[in-house]
Design a protein around this ligand. Structure first.
Ligand SMILES: Cc1cc2nc3c(=O)[nH]c(=O)nc-3n(C[C@H](O)[C@H](O)[C@H](O)COP(=O)(O)OP(=O)(O)OC[C@H]3O[C@@H](n4cnc5c(N)ncnc54)[C@H](O)[C@@H]3O)c2cc1C
Length: 459
């Protein structure tokens, strides 16, 4: 057994990126100190207790597809896989004007062809439209993406129109997936990001397109389990630990200073923060400022969550998409959390997730209540007969980074020119849009870079 003192790594940020880096490095024997500014872990994926009812509410409904291999592995590693459900294939009900159609992959056709029936059988698009969808999917399969290539500068909407798509297929199929998947309208995302989404999820094995979801609140799912993992491996996880600055000496990162004045020295520092917070913790004057500067150009997009509790069940599905309606995607939290009813003995908790929510972010709670309670009653007959027992909204103004044309060049790699300083965060260069998968991948990539650096320096 080695008698050497393990090398120490400070990780700033207790979101999924920082937690993933912490878990990966703990497992490899490094001594971790993870510092999170807020009193809880999870970053942009957290849950809180509703002050009135005590019920646990997520800051936003989080789902993931089977193609999210790093996130899936992370959940396995921290012992949290039992708290999510992942069906074997894509299955989602879509409602339009009171009619239902399904986006449903076949359970008996093998390989990626299993997803074709989801397009062929999609009744909200005309027959000609479905042929267009098949053609579009073929062109997506053939499309070659490359870093810095022209697809990063075109919108996905324009690319789809150049490849046979119409207003009908774009609004009823493509944007139904792009808007929640990339948290922006199809007219605002790059063709590269749109193609990535469909190539990764819909053109692989059927399990890759399946939609998984947690059955517990987000903080319990990942934050608490990852922190226990790090602590069990002799690491330290501190919440309410606001880092003021990364310390540099002789051009190297040597530790951090907290707002409290405490200084923590380490062999390496991983900054797992959103871009604006990263720039705030770097020393004002340093030789490599130019390397970090592009991060300032990364934009963010809002998500608004509308939570309605009804006095009785109003929806059978776990989740359902609604076309030609402000509802977008509606989640039955009670059923997803495998409960018959809410704790008061009756009723259902419904979460409406509004992506790319520019239109909703400045609306008052009263306005949102009027619009969304009425819309629920219009679309779901049971909701029209039910009483609303509680209504809250959760506005996340900087929910995700935007994948607008030209934005990819602002994403930084995990390895920096400053020895001992590494980056993580969903926005760093992972090849994925702003997702839990991207956050975990970034943490793993940063951990790999730390190991390479510290091994080269005599660990
Ligand atoms: C409403 C909503 C819905 C979403 N839905 C989905 C979804 O369905 N599927 C999906 O895959 N993704 C979804 N996402 C995106 C996903 O949550 C993020 O991509 C992911 O959580 C980002 O993790 P991160 O660790 O990169 O960043 P963050 O979660 O932002 O973590 C950064 C952490 O750093 C901390 N911090 C900041 N400054 C300091 C400092 N000075 N010192 C110490 N700590 C500091 C912050 O408090 C934060 O905890 C959603 C996001 C939101 C907001």
């Amino acid at each position: 057994m080695s008698t050497e003192t393990p090398k120490s790594v400070v990780i700033i940020g207790g979101g999924l990126a920082g937690l993933a880096a912490g878990v990966d490095l703990s497992r490899r024997g490094y001594r971790i100190t993870l510092l999170e500014k807020r009193p809880f872990l999870g970053g942009r994926a957290f849950s809180f207790d509703d002050p009135e009812t005590g019920v646990e509410v997520d800051n936003g409904q989080h789902v993931f597809v089977g193609a999210c291999s790093a996130y899936t592995q992370f959940l396995h590693d921290i012992g949290a896989w039992g708290n999510v459900r992942m069906p074997g294939r894509l299955e989602a009900r879509v409602i339009r004007n009171g009619e239902t159609s399904w986006l449903r992959a076949s359970s008996w056709i093998p390989g990626s062809a299993a997803n074709l029936p989801a397009l062929i059988g999609y009744g909200h698009v005309s027959l000609v439209g479905r042929l267009r969808l098949l053609y579009g999917m073929l062109r997506i399969r053939l499309a070659r993406r490359r870093p810095g290539g022209p697809l990063e500068d075109e919108t996905f909407d324009s690319w789809l129109r150049r490849h046979g798509q119409s207003d009908e297929t774009i609004s009823r199929f493509w944007n139904l997936i792009v808007l929640p998947g990339l948290n922006d309208d199809i007219k605002d995302v790059s063709a590269d990001a749109g193609l990535m989404l469909f190539q990764t999820a819909l053109l692989g094995a059927p399990s890759k397109a399946a939609i998984g979801y947690p059955v517990v609140g987000l903080s319990r799912l990942a934050g608490e389990s990852a922190a226990s993992f790090i602590s069990r491996n002799d690491g330290r996880v501190e919440t309410s630990a606001d880092v003021a600055q990364v310390l540099f000496a002789n051009g190297r990162a040597t530790g951090v200073r907290l707002e409290s004045g405490e200084v923590i020295r380490s062999d390496a520092v991983v900054v797992a923060l959103p871009p604006s917070a990263l720039l705030a913790v770097l020393p004002p004057e340093h030789d490599d400022a130019g390397f970090f500067a592009p991060a300032a150009s990364i934009e963010t997009a809002p998500i608004v969550g509308v939570h309605i509790w009804y006095d009785r069940p109003v929806l059978e599905d776990r989740f359902v998409a609604v076309l030609d309606s402000p509802l977008q995607w509606v989640f039955n939290v009670t059923r997803m959390h495998e409960k018959e009813t809410e704790p008061d003995g009756q009723g259902q908790h419904i979460a409406i997730s509004l992506s790319g929510a520019w239109q909703w972010k400045d609306r008052s709670k009263a306005e949102l209540r009027e619009i969304f309670v009425a819309e629920m009653a219009r679309v779901f007959p049971e909701a029209a007969n039910a009483e609303v027992t509680r209504f809250i909204t959760v506005k996340m103004l900087d929910a995700t980074f935007r994948v607008v044309p030209g934005a990819e060049k602002y994403r930084l790699p995990q390895e920096t020119p400053v020895p001992g300083l590494f980056l993580a965060g969903d926005w760093t260069r992972t090849g994925w849009p702003s997702t839990m998968e991207s956050a975990v991948r970034s943490g793993n990539l940063a951990a790999e870079a730390v190991v390479k650096h510290l091994s080269a320096n005599g660990s």
